[in-house]
Write a protein that binds this ligand. Structure first.
Ligand code: PAF
Length: 283
């Protein structure tokens, strides 16, 4: 595995690889890698001749400085993990290398996707994500890029950005990886206290009950039910629960059953914020 820290070096290397007509699959990450990340890398390896992974904790997408400072970092373990899967190139730039002397984000118009859910609670978050993903896409110029569906809104926003900027990159959304007890894998999970970790599977259990009881005409009732479940919970605080259409991320207006809907949730377990979502059946 080749490791690069500068844009110039990785660009030079990848441009030589492209001259040999190698296709590039790219997995951008913020490190603290878990099985979910590794599954994206394995997927990329199946479909591309060269797999590039980046590790960069992007400051402009954090609205909470404590979350940024405490974001788990485990570069040595990550490097070993990446060597054990089929990663060919690892890019680990510094903040200065990416932002030079101006740590700020570009303003994007994601046609309303950015104002839903996470956008209501994490101001500037998606401008930060758009900025770093666009920058990394310019550096790596991959054929395909892989993202997990846990951050479903992020995935839709990146697809929108690629379309609007006419980037020639295929965006692949990959299924959510879960712990055995159902908790969606996340780099933040290791920061959970023992009791919050034990409580956290309640999130997915609730989502599964929503899926079981969902019909297009009981959205309000289900939303009230979820709110009540969390009001009663001693350790988990619900930030939001919403049912939204996959494409627009808006609450379905009609009872049409031909649209694909999902239930989305954000919960605080102590001071750790966890998100999750589930696909709802259409009938
Ligand atoms: O999902 C993430 O880990 C990050 O938001 C991403 C896409 C690597 C951008 O920093």
């Amino acid at each position: 595995m080749k490791i690069f820290n500068t844009k110039q070096e990785i660009k030079r290397y990848l441009s030589a690889q492209k001259k040999e007509n190698k296709t590039i699959g790219f997995v951008p990450t913020m490190g603290a890698l878990h099985k979910g990340h590794l599954s994206l890398i394995k997927k990329a390896a199946k479909k591309n001749e060269l797999v590039v992974v980046s590790i960069f904790v992007n400051p402009t997408q954090f609205d909470n400085n404590e979350d940024l400072i405490k974001y788990p970092k485990s570069i040595e373990i990550d490097t070993h993990l990446l060597e054990s899967v089929s990663c060919d190139v690892l890019f680990i730039p510094s903040v200065k290398e990416i932002y030079e002397n101006n740590i700020s984000s570009e303003k994007f118009d994601f046609e309303g996707l950015e104002h839903q859910m996470e956008g209501k609670y994490r101001k500037e978050h998606f401008n930060g994500v758009g900025t770093i993903v666009k920058t990394l896409f310019e550096i790596v110029a991959p054929n395909k890029a892989y993202f997990g569906q846990k951050d479903f809104q992020q995935l839709q926003i990146i697809k929108k950005m690629v379309k609007k900027h006419r980037l020639n990159i295929k965006i692949k959304g990959c299924r959510i990886y879960r712990e055995e007890d159902g908790l969606a894998m996340s780099s933040r999970n290791i920061r959970l206290s023992k009791e919050h970790r034990a409580a956290a599977p309640f999130i997915y259990k609730t989502l599964k009950k929503v899926r079981k009881n969902y019909t297009p005409d009981n959205i309000t009732k289900l939303t009230d039910w979820v709110n009540n479940q969390f009001k009663k919970h001693p350790l988990l605080d619900l930030e939001y629960f919403t049912i939204a259409e996959e494409k627009t991320l808006e609450t379905p207006k009609s009872k049409e059953s031909n649209k694909k809907n999902r239930a989305f949730i954000a919960v605080f377990a102590g001071n750790i914020r966890l998100i999750d979502n589930i696909r709802l059946k259409n009938d």
